[in-house]
Design a protein around this ligand. Structure first.
Ligand code: UDP
Ligand code: MG
Length: 339
């Protein structure tokens, strides 16, 4: 990558990065539509001819990798990165972005199921050429979602922001990042990378493009409720310590309530009304026991994070990279970062 001078025209090599986990049903159609899109972008002069589409196979157990290999053989537009095992959507994305960052000028990350509107890419690239380093794809509405997905997703953004994990509203992982922004992202050494929360911390000039999210046209969602809840907990605990502070406040509150209760029972005792029922006692033991367990769980979650971070395990391991013969991706260090 060449250093960009202010005012000089920006370099235009675009790499699209799509994580794929068991996506054999959607890949051929995705590839067809993306090829048309890339051709159109190149003919409009928005991107360079050496732009690429990179599928990151996140340890699929179906024919995803075979399809990617075949696509690459047919057309050098398509590249593939195969991870050694299933590392999750976020890590697959990071693997793709970091691997190609030295080869391109900008990247656009999107889902393989074409839920993200590929026609929004034009506007993203235009905003990049106008000087933005990060362009967020933001959903206009959620009418294509089921009622359940819509309510849980809206709750997700509300809880996230309330917990001090600032995320861009209705923005998932459909975004353009310049090579410069990626260099910034690579400096975040944490293993628990929650991209939606970290990318806004990079700084640089940002912009947004709004689009309508479509329905997945084939295959099923890999994000059932349990995985979404896990994802939200990951996001909150990797970005904010507010839950721990809430526990402390709760502790103070309960302590205060117990003082009031003690004064009340003593007053009852001295006025001759001894406490008769054990219901209240038993109930409060349960209530406090439950609160203690929740609190320990939250603290445990953070300790678990520290444990994982201290081990510094790699986020992903690359098994294969199908690339252009002349491109030499840099060596990848043990954290999966490019040296
Ligand atoms: N994905 C992945 N690894 C996983 C789960 C999902 O790479 O462990 C990919 C998946 O192939 C898709 C994207 O992440 O391209 C989003 O997943 P999905 O469409 O299932 O999620 P949803 O759109 O339902 O939230
Ligand atoms: Mg999807």
């Amino acid at each position: 990558m060449t250093e960009k001078q202010p005012g000089r025209e920006r370099e235009k090599r675009l790499f699209l990065v799509l994580p794929c986990y068991n996506e054999e049903e959607v890949l051929p159609e995705t590839a067809r539509q993306l090829k048309d899109k890339m051709d159109a972008l190149a003919s409009r002069g928005l991107i360079a001819g050496e732009s690429r589409v990179v599928f990151v196979d996140d340890g699929s157990s179906d024919r995803t990798w075979e399809l990617i290999t075949a696509l690459h053989r047919e057309n050098p537009l398509f590249q593939g990165i195969r991870l050694a095992h299933n590392s999750g959507h976020q890590n697959a994305l990071v693997a793709g972005l970091f691997t190609v960052s030295a080869l391109c000028d900008m990247t656009v990350s999107m889902d393989a199921d074409l839920q993200d509107d590929i026609d929004a890419i034009d506007e993203m690239v235009e905003k990049y050429l106008a000087g933005a380093d990060i362009v967020y794809g933001v959903r206009k509405s959620r009418t294509s979602d089921t009622f359940f997905k819509r309510t849980t997703a809206e709750g997700f953004y509300r809880v996230m922001n309330h917990m001090g994990a600032g995320v861009v509203y209705n923005h998932a992982d459909f975004r353009l990042m310049s090579a410069k922004a990626l260099q910034g992202l690579m400096q975040f050494g944490e293993v628990n990378l929650f991209l939606r929360g970290i990318v806004p911390m990079i700084g640089y000039r940002t912009d947004t493009v709004s689009y309508d999210r479509r329905e997945r046209f084939a295959g099923k969602s890999k994000y059932p409720l349990s995985r979404m809840l896990h994802f939200a907990a990951q996001g909150i605990t990797s970005l904010s310590v507010r839950p721990i502070r809430m526990i402390t406040s709760l502790g103070f509150f309960i302590f205060f309530v117990s003082i009031v209760a003690i004064i009340y029972s003593l007053a009852r005792y001295f006025t001759g009304h001894t406490i008769t029922g054990w219901t209240t006692t038993v109930l409060s033991v349960w209530a406090i026991g439950g609160l203690m367990m929740i609190s320990l769980g939250v603290i445990g979650e953070y300790i678990g994070k520290i444990y994982l971070e201290s081990k510094g395990r790699p986020r992903y391991i690359i098994a294969d990279y199908l690339k252009d013969a002349q491109d030499m991706p840099d060596l990848i260090d043990r954290k999966g970062r490019i040296k």
